[in-house]
Design a protein around this ligand. Structure first.
Ligand code: SF4
Length: 85
């Protein structure tokens, strides 16, 4: 059974919805890698860093993607603050 992107997005923790949307809009390969890794570990950020599945094709990229995504998240937070709330 297929699920709509909108329904899937609704089930993602709010903190990561922007990453997922950026990935699904084809805006960032790093966001796509990080979103897939987060999905793989049930959206538990620390588990991405602890992943030991070195046979996964995403394994070599997960930390770089996570660092970029973290900066992206922090950038989002800065924009919200700078916008006067
Ligand atoms: S690198 Fe690890 S966390 Fe990422 S998709 Fe592969 S198995 Fe899952």
């Amino acid at each position: 059974m297929m699920i709509s992107i909108e329904d899937y997005l609704a089930g993602i923790p709010k903190r990561y919805q922007g990453i997922y949307q950026k990935a699904m809009q084809g805006q960032s390969k790093k966001a796509a890698i990080y979103a897939k890794c987060l999905d793989c570990v049930n959206w538990q950020r620390k588990e991405v860093a602890l992943c030991v599945v070195n046979t996964c094709p995403l394994y070599p990229y997960r930390k770089t993607a996570a660092n970029s995504a973290r900066a992206l998240l922090e950038g989002t937070a800065e924009r919200k603050t700078a916008g006067g709330r």
